[in-house]
Design a protein around this ligand. Structure first.
Ligand SMILES: [Zn+2]
Length: 337
């Protein structure tokens, strides 16, 4: 019976407070953080790992791979902008007490910092396994999102942004996402060797699902009237790269950037030149920017979900479902046959 020595288990009360985190109940035996004995019982069972993930895409992987062997919580609340998540001291403390923290360095400064100070010995940074591309490489066109940078001719460089030089949205590429799944399975197996084979098998199942999804995208996007993908939040560089689309982002890599009127006028001119029919907005953000450009250019607004979080408004109940909804939205908006 392998089980790593765990730190003092959180009491139910501490857990309830600590988990402003969204418990996603990977463990099935979600004993309910309101009950004093709940969390203690799970810990005393000696089988359940306490795993914290930074964003939904990593939560989904951890849930699929660890199954009932982990209690998984996520640092980014559903619907919140993951790019500027803030962590309370209690959550930071919880990061220190977890068995494993799974995150991607460079995406969320607060998480990077909390891991550095609290979880150096028990964190998995997946950015290496994701093999991140530099922003310029991911076939996307860049606005740079601080927009004090004049204009930028969109075929060349983006300007400075607070993300560092790499595009963090690796989960929108099924292959990179699968590589990360393997890294998570390996890490869970290292922590909990008795279940290592199970974790690896679960990762393989997941990868098979991703390959099936990838085929659907390949086929679904093979023949389209346009390959230009105009999105507000520039999250789709990897997806564009993989399926030979060209992304034009309006706000840049962080969704909260406010484009200037000059930028909007410029985007509108580009959109007219591209002859596209659809501007993609995302579910958790106001559609104002997309609507402005759409009105300007006589195009329509459709939803494309960067899957940074899952909410009741999401077009599916998990990664695979939302990705399939994205595919349908792309096929309609790009005129794919
Ligand atoms: Zn993003």
């Amino acid at each position: 019976m392998s089980f790593l020595p765990r730190r003092a288990p959180l009491t139910g009360a501490a857990l309830a407070t600590a988990l402003l985190l969204t418990a996603c109940g990977g463990g099935g035996d979600d004993t309910g953080s309101g009950e004093g004995a709940g969390a203690g019982t799970a810990a005393a069972g000696g089988e359940t790992l306490e795993v914290i993930t930074s964003i939904y895409p990593l939560e989904y992987l951890a849930t699929r791979i660890a199954g009932e062997h982990a209690e998984i919580s996520t640092l980014t609340s559903p619907g919140a902008d993951p790019h500027d998540v803030e962590l309370t001291p209690r959550v930071v403390g919880h990061i220190g007490a977890a068995d494993l923290v799974i995150y991607s360095a460079g995406l969320q400064a607060a998480v990077d910092q909390a891991v550095d100070t609290q979880a150096a010995g028990h964190a998995l940074d997946v950015s290496g396994a994701a093999d991140l591309l530099e922003l310029g490489e991911s076939e996307s066109e860049h606005s740079g999102h601080d927009h004090d940078d004049e204009h930028a001719d969109h075929d060349d460089e983006h300007a400075g942004h607070d993300h560092g030089p790499e595009d963090p949205h690796f989960w929108l590429d099924t292959q990179r996402y699968g590589q990360v799944a393997v890294a998570i399975a390996d890490q869970l197996g290292a922590i909990d060797p008795d279940n290592a084979q199970l974790y690896r098998a679960n990762a393989d199942d997941l990868i098979a699902d991703l390959e099936e999804l990838d085929e659907e995208f390949q086929e679904g996007l093979a023949t389209c009237e346009t390959r230009d993908l105009v999105a507000t939040h520039e999250a789709f560089g990897y997806l564009a790269h993989r399926y030979d689309l060209h992304q034009l982002g309006i706000t840049g890599i962080s969704p909260d950037a406010e484009p200037s009127p000059a930028r909007l006028a410029e985007v509108s001119a580009q959109v007219r030149a591209l002859d596209v029919t659809t501007i993609y907005a995302e579910p958790n953000l106001p559609e104002d920017i997309a609507r402005t450009v759409a009105q300007e250019t006589g195009t329509q607004v459709a939803i494309l979900d960067p899957l940074e979080g899952l909410t009741p408004d999401s077009a599916g109940s998990d990664y695979l479902e939302v990705m399939r909804a994205n595919l349908e939205s792309l096929r309609t908006g790009l005129g794919c046959s």
